[in-house]
Design a protein around this ligand. Structure first.
Ligand code: KIV
Length: 289
């Protein structure tokens, strides 16, 4: 493995035309697997609200829960850049709230960057302040799950020239505010490609086609472990849901039939000790009678 990935590495990759590989993780062992496999950026996405905690949207996850999971991920990632999602309502209220919460992800959870959704004036000011304090920020545009109700569902964004121009303006504003990268979610391929060309910082696509500088997926989607629904942009590389269910059924059957555990999976009591124990139990038995 090479050197640890920084935001500078990602910029260099864009300049070299080397695609950036990103995935989500919410725990230590998954982070270790991604890191070992050479993933450049690990996002502790607020998708964990749905994927790991079983909520219907990303809204319910708290700063404390996100911190808890981010701590586990940073312990497992040696090389990949770890970015923590700022959850819903942890940065929208005012700058003090946003800075305090973002700071906790770096200070307490050892994340190297944070991500927030949208490019409102408020958000742009936050990005500028955080970057000024040495906290790298990743933007997130297009379909922004924290605004799912306002957007009328998980729909493809920027489907008109007008909306595409707005999206480009937002992406450029995030770049100007100092963001080191922008996620583009559920955006037509052509629009994402144009934005990627116009920006000097890398874009990371999810349902945004092949023209982005990098790609991200939710790891549990890619592995077929989270199967509540499958967005069109997900490619399944494994079917862990089936593999895990089969393995656990086999375990249950082995427990029920006594085939698990074997002697090799248990600890022997030394021969002499066994005889001694039986002798003492015998004596005890006789005393009772
Ligand atoms: O929360 C998340 O997992 C995300 C990505 C999929 C981009 O925001």
């Amino acid at each position: 493995m090479g050197k640890a990935v920084s935001t500078f590495t990602l910029k260099k990759y864009k300049e070299e035309g080397r695609k950036i590989v990103c995935l989500t993780a919410y725990d230590y062992s998954t982070a270790k697997i991604l890191d070992r496999a050479g993933v450049d950026l690990i996002l502790v996405g607020d998708s964990l609200a749905m994927v790991a905690l079983g909520h219907k949207t990303t809204h319910a996850v708290t700063v404390e829960e996100m911190l808890h999971h981010t701590k586990a991920v940073t312990r497992g990632a040696e090389f990949a850049l770890v970015v923590a999602d700022l959850p819903f309502m942890s940065y929208q209220v005012d700058q003090t709230q946003a800075i305090t919460n973002a700071g906790r992800f770096v200070k307490e959870a050892q994340a190297q960057a944070v991500k927030l959704e949208g490019a409102t004036e408020h958000n742009l000011q936050i990005v500028e302040r955080l970057v000024g304090m040495g906290i790298p920020v990743m933007g997130h545009l297009g379909f922004t799950p924290q605004s799912i109700h306002g957007l009328g569902g998980a729909r493809v964004q920027a489907r008109t020239a007008d909306d595409a121009m707005h999206l480009l303006t937002d992406a450029l504003a995030l770049e100007k505010a100092g963001a080191f990268s922008v996620v583009l979610e559920m955006v037509p391929t052509t629009v994402a490609k144009i934005i990627s060309k116009k920006l000097s910082i890398p874009t990371v696509g999810i349902g945004a086609g092949v023209g982005c500088d990098g790609q991200i997926l939710v790891t549990d989607d890619l592995l077929g472990k989270y199967v509540d629904f499958k967005p069109r942009f997900v490619r399944r590389y494994a079917n862990l849901d089936e593999i895990c269910t089969d393995s656990i059924r086999k375990y249950a059957s082995d427990v029920l039939t006594g085939e698990f555990p074997t002697d090799a999976e248990s600890f022997a009591f030394p021969e002499g000790e066994e005889q001694e124990l039986l002798k003492r139990l015998n004596v005890q038995q006789k005393v009772k009678q």
